[in-house]
Design a protein around this ligand. Sequence first.
Ligand SMILES: Cc1cc2nc3c(=O)[nH]c(=O)nc-3n(C[C@H](O)[C@H](O)[C@H](O)COP(=O)(O)OP(=O)(O)OC[C@H]3O[C@@H](n4cnc5c(N)ncnc54)[C@H](O)[C@@H]3O)c2cc1C
Ligand code: SF4
Length: 504
Amino acid sequence: MDADVIIIGSGAGGGTLARALADSGLQILILERGDYLPREWGNWDPQTVFGEHRYHTDEQWHDQDGKAFSPVTGYHVGGNTKFYGAAVLRRRAKDFALRQHQGGDTRAWPITYNDLAPFYDEAESWYFTHGEAGADPTEAPRKAYPYPPFPHDEDIALVDKALREMGYHPFPLPLALHRLADEPEQSPCVRCPTCDGFPCMLHAKGDAELCGVRPALQHSNVRMLTGHRVRRLIHGKNGKTVESVETDQGSFTARLVVLAAGAVNSAALLLASASEKYPSGLANHSDQVGRNYMCHLNSACMAIKPGRENRSIFQKTLALNDFYEDSGDPDYPYPLGHIQGLGKVTPALLHAQRPLMPIPISAWTASHSVDWWLTTEDLPDPDNRVTLDTDGNICLAWNPKNRESHRRLCQKWREILQKAGFMGVFFQAMDISATAHQVGTCRFGEDPADNVLDPHCKAHDLDNLYVVDASFMPSISAVNPSLTIMANALRVSAHIIQHAKGGL
Ligand SMILES: Cc1cc2nc3c(=O)[nH]c(=O)nc-3n(C[C@H](O)[C@H](O)[C@H](O)COP(=O)(O)OP(=O)(O)OC[C@H]3O[C@@H](n4cnc5c(N)ncnc54)[C@H](O)[C@@H]3O)c2cc1C
Ligand code: SF4
């Protein structure tokens, strides 16, 4: 055996799990396809990040019509948390039960909010989370956040005030950034404008490299091999155990194997590991591997007050959940979703993303806009799925549900912002290439006939295979997924330790 436990992937799920297992004394081997993201000036350069896509994969995936697209995803130590906006929200307690949306129903989880709450606490502490308990009326009662909320820049404070005067309940967006408010001169985070979507040049973002992998590697029983892309999992004769993990650089063995390659890649890897015993993919007797892919319905929004420049530097500090439970309209009693600040769209960023827009127009627009990110819940659909083509390349079919609720969320927000004095309110909906919030594809649940994983995130079909990335989720909710992935990895870690030590 090369290790007691092999973890495939070092992102939100894998990186957090590695840290959670590190104290156990078990021999842990992380196999990571990517390398450390280079620390360089380009980390904060919009042209490098969004114009040249230097840190994103150059893979092409294909949609349901066979059309190629470039997924916004990257392969590095720390996974996609290297780029994340570090908005770390807990799911609402109601998100764990079946909820009715205009576009259909969500699916109940086999665990409740209370089961996950202690692990949310721990994940927030590991990931330097700032926030204000009790400020978000939809959040379950909870203990204080580890760090105080990020203060609003002046233009965001004005929006906060306007929203309150209209009777809404804005709250400070919970953020995972290593910022020391009491000792700003000692603070690793400097509150810069290039955080959301950018890697942090100062290693101050609460990402899975800083908060998961690095602390794990302090332990002599944990090692990581970068540049090791896992290609297949090979099972033993009886089909009940993974016997070896095949990578580009050779095969590895362990008592337990934990897949944490991200929702799309974990499903792709199981499908690529098909065998005579598992003709439609490893661990796929339920036929659910790759299915129920969900990704938020997201729109970016730029709101412009012609007479006022927005001088915010770090503007991703405000959020609103007034339409999370329902629209507020008696004739449309359905949830609409969540609204949060977006990292500042600077002139350089807008130019990198819209190179054909004349520079004076993009410069004026970006310097006058306040920018937002709107999220509506996508719903599980077995036809939204990951498959492989005959060459083993990834195909992703995605027709999001709930479009009408997202349209209404955007419309509500437009009306509110217009009342607050923003004359121009523009939206840009994200398409299939925006795979940032990918979840589903290996859902967990009690029934082996209908779920890939059991409630401990062990494959129903195999005795020694776990999955701890975003793929375990049976429903996505309308809040950002990372904190739930981290908390779930912490939740299942105790079970994995017991299993690896022979206690199960
Ligand atoms: C621009 C952007 C902004 C975001 N903002 C937010 C936010 O503000 N809040 C939030 O909650 N979420 C945000 N997200 C989403 C968040 O980053 C993901 O939900 C989270 O990282 C998913 O965790 P994971 O463990 O499932 O996968 P990942 O973090 O993607 O980790 C998967 C890991 O597996 C590795 N891997 C893949 N395939 C293989 C293989 N075959 N062999 C070996 N290794 C492999 C990858 O290199 C990677 O390290 C954002 C994402 C992006 C891209
Ligand atoms: S310094 Fe702070 S705000 Fe800037 S990228 Fe790093 S964590 Fe984000």
